[in-house]
Ligand binder design. Structure first.
Ligand code: HSE
Length: 321
């Protein structure tokens, strides 16, 4: 049988934490048209080893050394799991997501690279194994294997991840029409630094309130209970130390809430801010008003309004030839 020589995969933008679930909740934005995500193409080469042929990105400074590139690291992890370390691979990356933007860019590249490499090698790694490989890319970028971007990038939808079982994300219901306004102020916040400033301890009261909110969020999705959902999108863990790096956060959130959003807060480690809305019309209005605040404070920002990806509509294999 002839083996493939080239495989290409895409993975989309994701929101880590979803405000009330630090490191345990994540969601994927619809990327069915591949316009809000990263694409990774992996081609066989005759000589062993991985090279990065090119990174297409509006951000400079994305490493092309495969040991220092998340896609290179995820591809290497696939080679190791597939016992194919003598294979030669050339990787080309199209970054649709910004670097250090809080939109899950490192996870998207890692997941797309893992899927493309797995297909190229015909190695049939399971989703759990692909997730572990992608988490190694995430670890390179952020110094941590937190799964709340990698899991939704791979599986789509809204997911809950138990840290003790991080390769088996639990899919949550995606209420019909639920949409996001995601606004990316043109600033960079490196996730590793944003994790280094986090508190190492929280109080018992904070832990109790946060557990109640994360659990209530899950229930609110099952019941489509918007009144409950509106109360629980609160972050007592990361936002207090991170908000100082995100200009206008309170004003942008307030503009979103006044526009009918169910809640708004930092996307992942920031600087992006998202508003969760029950439908696309609310998300459009919230997005315009969030953007207006950034204009008022002279911060350039890109706005994306999208439905949440359906469960299962995560990363896609685009081509194998
Ligand atoms: N849960 C992670 C964090 C998401 O907040 O550091 C980073 O994208």
């Amino acid at each position: 049988m002839k083996h493939p020589t080239k495989a290409r995969a895409s993975a989309g933008a994701t929101v880590g934490n979803v405000i009330c679930g630090f490191d345990i909740l994540g969601l994927a934005l619809d990327n069915s048209d591949n316009s809000l995500g990263d694409i990774v193409e992996v081609t066989r080469r005759p000589s062993p080893g991985i090279t990065i042929k090119r990174v297409h990105s509006s951000d400079s400074g994305i490493p092309t050394d495969p040991e220092n590139n998340v896609a290179g690291v995820a591809a290497r992890a696939v080679l190791e799991r597939a016992n194919a370390t003598t294979a030669g691979l050339e990787i080309e990356i199209w970054k649709g997501l910004p670097l250090s933007g809080g939109m899950g860019g490192s996870s998207a590249s890692s997941v797309a690279a893992a899927i493309a490499t797995n297909s190229l090698l015909d190695s049939n790694l399971s989703r759990q194994e692909l997730m572990l490989c992608a988490l190694q890319g995430e670890n390179l970028a952020t110094g941590s294997m937190h799964p709340d971007n990698v899991a939704p990038a791979l599986y789509g939808g809204i997911v809950l991840i138990r840290p003790e079982d991080s390769t088996n994300p639990l899919p949550l219901p995606v209420p019909k029409g639920m949409s996001l306004a995601l606004i990316h102020p043109k600033l960079k916040l490196d996730t590793k630094s944003m994790r280094d400033i986090l508190p190492t301890h929280i109080t018992l009261d904070q832990a109790t309130a946060q557990s109640a909110d994360a659990s209530s969020f899950v229930l609110s999705l099952f019941e489509e209970n918007w009144d409950l959902l509106k109360k629980v999108l609160v972050d007592r863990i990361a936002e207090p130390t991170r908000k100082q790096f995100i200009p206008g956060l309170d004003r942008v959130r307030s503009a979103a809430l006044k526009s009918g959003a169910l809640g708004a807060g930092i996307s992942g480690a920031g600087p992006s801010i998202f508003a969760l809305c029950k439908d696309q019309a609310d998300a459009n209005l919230a997005g315009q008003n969030m953007k207006r605040i950034f204009q008022e404070i002279d911060v350039g920002a890109d706005l994306y309004v999208r439905p949440i990806a359906q469960t299962g509509a995560g990363a896609q294999l685009l081509e194998v030839s």
